[in-house]
Design a protein around this ligand. Sequence first.
Ligand SMILES: [Zn+2]
Length: 289
Amino acid sequence: MRIFRRVLQSFNNSDDSSGMEVDAYVVLGASHVVILDTLLCPADMAFVMAVIEPELGNRQVLCVNSHADWDHCWGNSYFKHTRRAPILAHEECRQRLLSSEASTELYDYKKKSALFAGVTLVPPTLTFREQLMIADESMSIELLYAPGHCRDHIVAWLPALSLLLAFDTVEKPLPCIEESACTPLMFSTLRRLAALNAQHVLCSHGSNASPALLHENLAYLEEIERRARLFLQKHTPTATELEQAATLINYPFDEVVVSLTESFDRTFYSQAHEQNVQAILRWRMEETS
Ligand SMILES: [Zn+2]
């Protein structure tokens, strides 16, 4: 298996210069070459395919999208216009890529950076709901529905390698619940993935992920839930109070990252923490109302 890491310096006037990294994977099987995620633009995929070209032989090329976020699938058009290949994903991923929100987001990004000039939205061509097996002769890849980060998220489980490609379900320093409606699903997904007992876990943003990170991510969300429950026993927050959710439940971002030694995008992840706390508070409030 190969890992391709795309490093992107900040382009949206954030004062944090650490930028972002996102990984894509190539699994070279006996009869298939499976590209998992297509990074930021078709040029990224042209690079990946040029690197693996000598090894393609007559293998069937398959592409997989973990979910419809821009940093995971905006290279899809390569597999429509340059080298035709089926694109596999959850059916909600297809719907998201066909939505007007996706078009608006791409329009906005094109205004921010020339990097996205060549991007067109290409939806997945083969979709599933619960799971799909790629049964290569050398090793199978099980694509499993894993909602939580967003509603269309899938992971890839390679039992022969005991390897879980968790994409954005696991993240360093912390996972991000993008849609508050997905909050309970994030908990159940992380528990289900932990039960796989994978020896190796990789995630899209977090360079040196490990099985421990999966458990740390779950423990972090459970700690938010614990503090949210304690808080809600005493008080039901107003909409305005919810804007300072991490302060409300007394779980400041600095406490979350206190033992972290690596550099990370503080602006992005402190907002993500705030969003996670809001999502979990809202979910607990709905559950108890
Ligand atoms: Zn991502």
